[in-house]
Design a protein around this ligand. Structure first.
Ligand code: NDP
Ligand code: ZN
Length: 185
């Protein structure tokens, strides 16, 4: 075998991940996070993928790609059909599973996330776990501009409610969440 030529599966995985990151970067190109520095939005999906890979040891390319794409349905004009066309139904469905229903009131959406968590697929649960780890970490290091102490505390507790319903999915990622939750202000 030519050592310079990676096996086909490795090429296909690299191709999928690069396409997912490029697609997400393009879709989120005009968006910023809510921190005072208004960080580029794409940092967040990349962080999720990194947490899954590096801290969770997750090697399933479908999960990594779904993490990179996880906010495209919720926060950009992307449709499920478009995701299916680009990445296949499996990935489009995971992204849909982690997407809040936009037209619902914020409070209702947040309750629904708690209620739906337990019934999510294993892959969607991994993406959700990473999302909660990253957002709660962000609250500690680069919190949204103008958030009161009370609001941050509410967010920590709500994230924990979701994670408590995902328990049994991935012990190490759950431990990482508990570690960051312990820093609740
Ligand atoms: P959001 O849930 O919209 O804001 C948090 C979300 O913003 C995160 O889940 C994350 O979502 C995204 N995000 C972007 N930048 C950051 C960052 N730097 N750090 C962390 N998260 C970031 O909060 P809402 O404004 O909708 O408020 C939700 C609830 O809070 C409501 O139910 C409301 O009742 C309550 N509230 C409480 C107040 C209080 O003072 N106690 C005041 C106002 C509202 P993603 O991963 O999708 O990007
Ligand atoms: Zn997110």
């Amino acid at each position: 075998m030519d050592l310079l030529e990676p096996p086909d599966t490795a090429s296909a995985t690299t191709d999928l991940i690069l396409r997912a990151v490029a697609f997400a970067a393009h879709k989120h190109r005009d968006q910023r996070r809510k921190d005072t520095e208004a960080s580029p939005y794409i940092n967040h999906p990349i962080e999720l993928a990194h947490v899954l890979w590096d801290e969770g040891g997750v090697r399933d390319p479908v999960v990594i790609a779904a993490a990179l794409l996880h906010d495209t349905l919720e926060d950009t004009e992307t449709s499920w059909q478009e995701l299916r066309g680009e990445f296949g139904e499996e990935i489009a469905d995971i992204v849909l599973e982690v997407t809040d229903t936009k037209w619902l009131d914020k409070k209702v959406r947040k309750r629904l996330q708690v209620a739906r968590a337990r019934h999510s697929s294993e892959r969607a649960r991994l993406v959700k776990l990473a999302d909660k780890i990253c957002n709660v970490r962000d609250l500690g290091t680069r919190a949204p501009k103008g958030w009161s102490l009370e609001r941050k505390r509410e967010y920590f507790d709500w994230a924990k409610e979701v994670v408590d319903r995902l328990r049994g999915t991935h012990a190490e990622l759950e431990r990482r969440f508990d570690e960051v939750y312990a820093l609740k202000p």
